[in-house]
Design a protein around this ligand. Structure first.
Ligand SMILES: C=CC1=C(C)c2cc3[nH]c(cc4nc(cc5[nH]c(cc1n2)c(C)c5CCC(=O)O)C(CCC(=O)O)=C4C)c(C)c3C=C
Ligand SMILES: [Fe+2]
Ligand SMILES: [Fe+2]
Length: 344
């Protein structure tokens, strides 16, 4: 029997420093997230970051936490529940970090008689710190506990025509009744070094402004290329002029150079350039989370308005959008019946 494993990032169990600390420990000790030798990672994460960050993060989480729990988890559960209504295959939801483990989710599928699993990392783009770490972890868990399972992975769907249509329609819906002069596509950032590390050619990605727009096999694993490509496809689908839309990268940690331009710098710059009515979309995330609800919808609005902005709107992520659920059900159906995964 076939089954589906959905995996997103995960959240702490509660918005308290006590629960945020072990969650951040697991997250930041991942060698694909803080990619330095283990000893240095230990010093950096446990000796420095975890001394202060849990308290700060817990405060941020408290601002967006819902009665039912973390928005990321609740929204992922709602998506999963709706998906179950549209497919007869067993569907389990797991998280890369935290207490909703991939192991438990695979056990749930196994208990239902599943032997063949479609693994769906809930990220539209490939990054070693998101998509890749989910795949590696799922395969590690399978090898250690469920060697009899066969796992097939859904490719990153950032340029899938149907996904672009569903995403564009939902952005259009979010823009209804909002008069804007600019739309910012704010993607989660990653360190520039990760782009070079993920380049299989080892020479293509120079982050020089042109590599991401020049054809290369490197684009299969180039997060930056995939963000720009997705933006261009959505812009075209929405019939928007080039100068109405731009890209930026949010949520960086200090010290390393991360992908630029930085979202918070753009919030400062736009009003001075006459872009005073801003819509922000966050298409690196399929579900709203700390990074969209606190950093963009709350903090971002504050920064933009303080810098002279006049109107600001964060457009919600797809969350449990019906067309998105149906599209995922369609992909699952095609994999179940013909073994075919979405193509572009
Ligand atoms: C879009 C996918 C994501 C990538 C790529 C990514 C890379 C990345 N993230 C950090 C550090 C943090 N991220 C945090 C939260 C967070 N990150 C993502 C997604 C990606 N991260 C999501 C969905 C969330 C929200 C989780 C939630 O519970 O809502 C956090 C925790 C919060 C905080 O303290 O700010 C950290 C830390 C790094 C270092 C990184 C790549 C190297
Ligand atoms: Fe992150
Ligand atoms: Fe690139």
């Amino acid at each position: 029997m076939k089954g589906v494993l959905l995996v997103n990032l995960g959240s702490p169990d509660s918005p308290t420093a006590k629960d945020v600390k072990p969650y951040l420990d697991e997250f930041l000790m991942d060698e694909r997230v803080i990619d330095v030798p283990k000893l240095l990672r230990n010093i950096l994460v446990r000796g420095i970051i975890l001394q202060t960050r849990p308290k700060k993060s817990a405060e941020a989480y408290s601002k967006i936490w819902w009665e039912e729990g973390s928005p990321l988890i609740v929204l992922s559960e709602r998506f999963t529940d709706k998906l179950r209504e549209q497919t007869k295959l067993p569907v389990a939801l797991g998280m890369r970090y935290g207490s909703m483990t991939i192991k438990n989710a695979l056990q749930e599928l196994k208990n239902k008689g599943v032997v063949e699993v479609l693994l769906v990392p809930l990220y539209p783009h490939y990054a070693m710190s998101s998509y890749e770490t989910v795949v590696v972890k799922a395969l590690e868990v399978k090898d250690a506990f469920f060697p009899e399972l066969k796992i097939t992975t859904l490719p990153a769907f950032y340029k899938n025509t149907d996904y672009i249509r569903v995403l564009s329609d939902s952005i259009k819906e979010g823009l209804k009744d909002f008069e804007y002069d600019h739309i910012l596509f704010s993607y989660h950032g990653i360190p520039e070094r990760h782009i070079r590390k993920s380049d299989p050619t080892k020479f293509h990605c120079k982050i020089d402004g042109s590599c991401c727009h020049t054809n290369s096999v490197a684009h299969h694993t180039c997060y930056r290329h995939q963000c720009y490509k997705m933006t261009e496809l959505v812009r075209t689908q929405m019939n928007l002029p080039e100068d109405k839309v731009s890209v930026s990268f949010q949520s960086r940690l200090p010290n390393d150079p991360w992908l630029k331009p930085y979202t918070d710098f753009e919030f400062e710059r736009f009003p001075k350039e006459g872009k005073k009515k801003l819509a922000v979309v966050t298409p690196a995330f399929v579900a709203d989370c700390l990074e969209t609800l606190e950093e963009i919808a709350m903090e971002g609005k504050h920064q933009f308005m303080e810098a002279g902005g006049e109107a600001y709107k964060h457009i919600p992520c797809l969350n449990d959008n019906d067309a998105w659920v149906s599209l995922m059900a369609q992909w699952i159906d095609s994999w179940e019946k013909d073994g075919v995964l979405p193509h572009y």
